[in-house]
Design a protein around this ligand. Structure first.
Ligand code: FAD
Length: 429
């Protein structure tokens, strides 16, 4: 396989736009948002849609520079924390309410893509959860749990039917989640930014906030070329750590994960996929992939506490790809990249406030496209109207992740689960 080029496939196919100018000079605003990923952009757009126009969003690099412009593009309900754990921790009513926020977010994403004509290759064809193991127990249990407690219905895919859609001998049966879609994540972020800017939000790229201080009842944010005085501040910096408030930064473990895109496959794509749904499998350390409009296969997987070079990503994921689709032997990988997710110890998003005009939305883990949209809505409703819906996340606070020790724990836990999957696979022969 030839060495992949940089940057990511998404950056190479990004919707062109005139860059937003850096913040320069002294400014004042009602609301400042730090971070131009989905969490920040959805909050900005939610505020604009509620008629709050005095909003400034500051992004260190470009909108969608972080996880939001690098991810797998799967849009589905739920959180990084599984549904059973959510139920155990919160009880039926609260767990269901939190889960429903994300399924409503999937619908909101559909609507916004249409309403703002966001050109992001949205494929509204659902997601397949393919069973890596012979034992159907885990799938049956989850299907039942979702139906009984979350009023969510995933269809059973017997092995034969799954293999008609996904041409791999690796899988047994599967589940099909209809209310799910996939899209070009960076172009979705660029579209959200354009929608917010079109309604008066002032966006500044290349504006790294390096200091944030309380000044009377307001907050003063400093960038290299400017200063902003704000009544309220939203920190939405994910795994790219703002470095502004210790307590908020320490609550996050940035974890790397990897993605690549093959060369255009032409008819060979049909030799792998007869469906246009996105696919992931039932292991803890699962593969995920989806077809792209130009017949490439986008492939992701693995997590680690360290970033890897595009070449190393290609080597790792290339091996995973051929295990599932040996028919793609010799295929060229055109792009490979990595991104940082933000994890909390409790594996749930942290959406909260200190009551002093400081808000945060972070820790969306590897399952953030819909939850960031939900969080943006909650924060926008809170700031614009005093709504208290964000308090539904109050169980999930800013517990310290104890970096750097926390990294060791996370890596060890990942290896532990990965080896369990490996043994289970070997046992099943
Ligand atoms: C490779 C990968 C694959 C994934 N796949 C999926 C998937 O298929 N489906 C799914 O639901 N989720 C997926 N996720 C998770 C999802 O992408 C994230 O949960 C989501 O994008 C988080 O958004 P965010 O706004 O919190 O953070 P980010 O998108 O990381 O944005 C944070 C932004 O803050 C900026 N910033 C940081 N500090 C400062 C500062 N001091 N001043 C100014 N700006 C600052 C950064 O530059 C960055 O742009 C994946 C993540 C990765 C990395």
């Amino acid at each position: 396989m030839k060495q992949p080029s940089t940057p990511s496939y998404y950056r190479a196919t990004a919707t062109p736009y005139v860059p937003y100018a850096p913040l320069q000079g002294q400014h004042e605003t009602r609301i400042a948002i730090v971070g131009g990923g989905y969490a920040g952009l959805n909050t900005a757009l939610g505020l604009a849609e509620r008629g709050v126009r005095d909003v400034v969003l500051l992004e260190r690099e470009q909108v969608g520079f972080g996880a939001s412009g690098r991810n797998g593009g799967f849009v589905f309900g739920g959180y990084s924390l599984g549904e059973q754990a959510l139920l155990d921790q919160l009880g039926e009513q609260r767990a269901r309410a939190l889960f429903n926020l994300t399924t409503a977010a999937v619908e909101r994403i559909r609507e916004r893509v249409k309403k703002y004509a966001i050109d992001c290759d949205m494929v509204d064809q659902g997601v397949i959860w393919a069973n890596w193991f012979r034992d159907p127990g885990v799938l049956r249990k989850r299907q039942q749990l979702l139906a009984d407690h979350f009023d969510t219905h995933w269809d059973w895919l017997p092995q034969q039917e799954l293999r008609e859609r996904v041409r791999s001998e690796r899988y047994y049966d599967g589940l099909y989640e209809r209310n799910a879609l996939h899209l070009h994540p960076l172009n979705y972020a660029i579209g959200l930014a354009a929608a917010a800017a079109g309604q008066g939000v002032r966006i500044h790229e290349d504006s790294d906030v390096w200091r944030m201080r309380r000044e009377g009842t307001r907050w003063r944010l400093s960038t290299s070329q400017g200063e902003l005085l704000a009544d309220q501040v939203v920190l939405a910096c994910g795994g790219y750590l703002a470095g502004l408030q210790k307590k908020i930064d320490r609550a996050i473990l940035p974890i790397a994960t990897y993605v690549m895109a093959t060369e255009p496959l032409g008819d060979r794509l049909d030799e792998c996929l007869q469906s246009r749904a996105a696919v992931y499998d039932s292991r803890f350390a699962f593969d995920y992939y989806r077809p792209l409009p130009d017949t490439r296969l986008l492939w992701g997987g693995r997590i680690s506490v360290r970033n890897r070079s595009p070449h190393a990503v290609q080597r790792l994921l290339g091996h995973d790809l051929l295990r599932v689709f040996p028919q793609l032997k010799g295929v060229k990988i055109d792009y490979a990249w990595s991104g940082l997710m933000s994890y909390a110890r409790h594996q749930m998003p942290q959406v909260g406030s200190n009551g002093d005009g400081l808000w945060w939305a972070q820790a969306f883990g590897g399952h953030g496209v819909a939850p960031t949209c939900a969080a943006g809505e909650l924060l926008a409703a809170a700031i614009a109207k005093g709504d208290e819906g964000w308090k539904q996340f109050s169980n999930y606070g800013l517990d310290s992740t104890h970096r750097p020790l926390g990294f060791l724990g996370a890596q060890a836990s990942y290896w532990w689960h990965q080896s369990n999957d490996w043994f289970k696979t070997r046992l099943e022969g």
